[in-house]
Write a protein of this length. Structure first.
Length: 134
């Protein structure tokens, strides 16, 4: 049985070089690394385009660099193309790391997204014939 998501490290100071692991040029000069381990993707379609877009949109709300790791591959959590390329199936396990001053709240928001199986509250579409005269 897979363990629930948990914070495995929090508040460890990092340098810019550590934060720039890969292509995170927007990483802060100094900050904190927080890692959320073993999030299980429960969406039946896996990390499809809709879910990846929700994840990227959530990540973009925070001033932190976010990495999503699955099966040894790492993606920028703010980059839709990178996320889709991970090809995470249903029941896939990921580790998410965030770097920067808003790392903790960013991971909390991402945890909530995974916990809800990516069921974002979206506004109901308006009827197509609204405001039209017959």
């Amino acid at each position: 049985m897979t363990k629930p998501a948990q914070i495995i490290s929090a508040g460890a100071p990092i340098t810019r070089q550590q934060a720039l692991r890969g292509k995170h040029e927007d990483a802060p000069l100094t900050g904190y690394k927080v890692t959320l381990e073993r999030l299980v993707l429960t969406n039946p379609m896996g990390l499809d385009l809709r879910c990846a877009a929700l994840l990227a949109r959530t990540a973009l709300q925070y001033e932190a660099s976010i990495e999503v790791e699955h099966s040894g591959r790492v993606a920028d959590g703010k980059n839709l193309t990178d996320l889709v390329a991970l090809d995470i199936p249903c029941a896939g396990v990921v580790t998410i790391s965030a770097y920067g001053q808003t790392a903790q709240p960013a991971l909390e928001a991402i945890h909530t997204l995974f916990y809800s199986a990516f069921q974002a509250e979206e506004a109901a579409p308006e009827p197509l014939n609204q405001g039209m005269t017959p």
